[in-house]
Design a protein around this ligand. Structure first.
Ligand code: S3P
Length: 161
């Protein structure tokens, strides 16, 4: 079966957007980002949504957008999309290719620690690590493949194969 929806999953800071855009260019595929789709629908950015409407509202829209997803290409997802069991079921459908970007915690930590993500702002490093660890089984559950590196070429080759 040709899998034409390629979802990139993984914790914040693993490179879903960075690698996703470049790999899509390289493979001449469309590129989408679920967070951007949420921002378009709500007409607020992710930080504003969390602040003004709360995380539950963000998760509701994230779930709606994912369950209606029918466009092919490379699709970056937000790090928490796998917390919802419906989302995990949708992603795990055999018509999708789901790639878990999973560099070391050390790398992830250094990339997110000073970022303005709503879930990073109020958390200590220990709390972030706890969140990271708690999500690992969910990424594992959904993923067809795992990629631990940061090379566009290598990820593009993995997808082509
Ligand atoms: C989230 C990750 C963010 C964004 C939102 C919630 C999370 O996306 O969806 O801030 O729960 O991990 P990135 O993984 O692209 O940072």
């Amino acid at each position: 079966m040709k899998k034409d929806k390629i979802f990139l999953i993984g914790f914040m800071g693993v490179g879903k957007t960075y690698l996703g855009k470049r790999v899509a260019d390289k493979l001449a595929l469309n590129y989408y980002d679920i967070d951007l789709e949420i921002e378009k629908r709500v007409e607020l950015d992710v930080n504003q949504i969390f602040k003004e409407k709360g995380e539950d509202y963000f998760r509701k829209i994230e779930n709606q957008i994912l369950l209606q997803w029918d466009r092919s290409g490379i699709i970056s997802t937000g790090g928490g999309i796998i917390q919802n069991s419906q989302n995990r079921k949708f992603l795990s459908d055999e018509s999708n290719l789901v790639i878990w970007l999973n560099p070391s915690w050390k790398k992830v930590k250094s990339r997110i620690i000073n970022s303005y993500r709503p879930l990073v702002l109020n958390r200590s490093v220990d709390e972030l690590f706890e969140l990271y660890e708690s999500r690992i089984p969910y990424y594992e559950e959904c993923a067809d493949l795992q990629y631990n590196g940061s090379r566009v070429e290598a990820l593009a080759d993995l997808i082509k194969k």
